[in-house]
Design a protein. Structure first.
Length: 425
């Protein structure tokens, strides 16, 4: 796969982060419980967790975190923006940048990452800039939410919010995690649109093969973040959304003609690319003393399937590939998606339900069996009508919310280090 393709993919992730995240997740219900909530204060917060060092790993990490940006550019305590008396620190955003880039480049070699370091760093800077703009908007809405309450209401909110935040956060993870596990590209797009942060955290859990929030906390700490910090971001974002509920129209009636016009105007978005879904057995050279030993094992795995053993069971028990715990399943793979070009070529050439011959690349040996092969085409309007209706609603909500944020910003001084502007207002 070419590096230019990787960068294009990275840009698409950046755009997803900078998109309509502000309004798509559902706001909390009324606060309940007696736990203490610590809201963002006017005092600069100190990021207690260090930025991860090169090649930092633990037993829960399948690969080392690729450090593709010189993290010494910003210390975690560097103030990137102020919103009124609130601070946004580099330590709030750099972990998110590192997580995105890890997900994008975890399968690339260190040599390739070093070769294109300048280009990757430019993409990371762009991502940081977009995340900062999004964080400023969320902070503005959170301040508007707090200022909309009377002093006694604010006191009650601060006394009771932590339990609501924790319950909502846990419920969101529990609801989204099984959906992410089986999601294809379109489903993932919808999950990210609903709540980018939760979809990203669930993806991180799946990639590290963990199931509990305690394990997720350990993973986040490798990136310089923590579960508490994730909950804080979740709280501010979701409470901030409540600020607009009484002042901004969020429900719109979308006509059939509106949806049909959108479908026609965005016809390229509904083109279906050729894709395959397959199962894979893999034996890695690095796990065996000799190449011959690796070859003997892949032959044994293939023979087991040919003799009647379930492919999924053989993959789960004996394969050495990254998808072994999911039975070696690769769903809706398009050309350019796979790191191994040789595996990808075979996947698009062999007939459905037929096992491939042994495939070899620089990492190891593979045997695959294609389950479905979907030709290119175009999704029918009736199949995407519901999605289009939601997209139009989201766009109209976004326009209204951006107008509202602009009004709030006129009353709150904002300074953005990356734009090097003095506080407005």
């Amino acid at each position: 796969m070419s590096f230019q393709f990787i960068l294009r993919t990275t840009v698409s992730v950046i755009l997803l982060f900078a998109g309509s995240q502000t309004l798509l997740a559902q706001p909390f219900g009324s606060a309940a419980g007696n736990s203490q909530f610590v809201p963002a204060s006017g005092t600069p917060r100190v990021a207690a967790l260090p930025v991860p060092t090169r090649n930092q790993t633990d037993v829960n990490s399948p690969v080392a975190i690729p450090q593709t940006l010189d993290n010494n550019v910003y210390e975690p305590t560097t103030v990137l923006a102020t919103v009124g008396s609130e601070y946004i620190l580099a330590g709030d955003l750099l972990p998110q940048v590192e997580i995105v880039m890890w997900l994008m480049f975890k399968d690339r070699s260190q040599e390739e990452r070093e070769r294109y370091k300048k280009e990757i760093d430019a993409q990371k800077q762009m991502l940081l800039s977009n995340l900062l703009l999004q964080a400023i908007d969320s902070k503005l809405l959170f301040l508007a939410f707090k200022r909309s309450m009377k002093p006694e209401e604010l006191e009650q909110f601060e006394e009771r919010a932590t339990e609501v935040v924790n319950n909502a956060f846990v419920s969101s993870i529990e609801e989204t995690l099984p959906q992410v596990k089986v999601a294809d590209k379109q489903a993932m797009k919808r999950l990210r649109a609903r709540d980018m942060q939760i979809a990203q955290l669930c993806t991180l859990m799946i990639e590290h093969e963990v199931e509990t929030l305690r394990e997720l906390d350990r993973i986040l700490k490798k990136f310089g973040s923590s579960l508490d910090q994730a909950k804080q971001t979740f709280a501010e974002t979701n409470f901030g959304r409540q600020a607009i509920s009484s002042d901004v129209k969020l429900n719109y009636e979308i006509t059939h003609q509106d949806m049909l016009d959108y479908y026609r105007d965005h016809s390229e978005d509904y083109q279906i690319k050729e894709s395959v879904s397959f199962e894979q057995l893999m034996v890695q050279f690095k796990n065996h003393e000799t190449k011959q030993q690796a070859y003997q094992k892949i032959c044994a795995l293939g023979n087991s399937v040919l003799q009647g053993a379930p492919f999924e069971k053989v993959a789960t028990t004996h394969s050495e590939g990254p998808k072994k715990k999911s039975g070696g399943k690769y769903l809706n793979i398009e050309k350019g998606d796979l790191v191994s070009e040789k595996v990808e070529t075979v996947a698009f050439e062999i007939p459905v339900n037929r096992m491939s011959p042994i495939i070899e690349d620089e990492k190891g040996f593979y045997i695959i069996r294609v389950n479905t092969h979907r030709p290119s085409g175009r999704e029918k309007f009736t199949e995407v009508q519901g999605e289009i209706e939601q997209l139009i609603k989201n766009q109209r909500r976004n326009d209204a919310i951006q107008k509202y944020i602009k009004q709030v910003k006129s009353h709150v001084p904002v300074w953005n280090r990356l734009e090097d502007k003095k506080p407005s207002g």
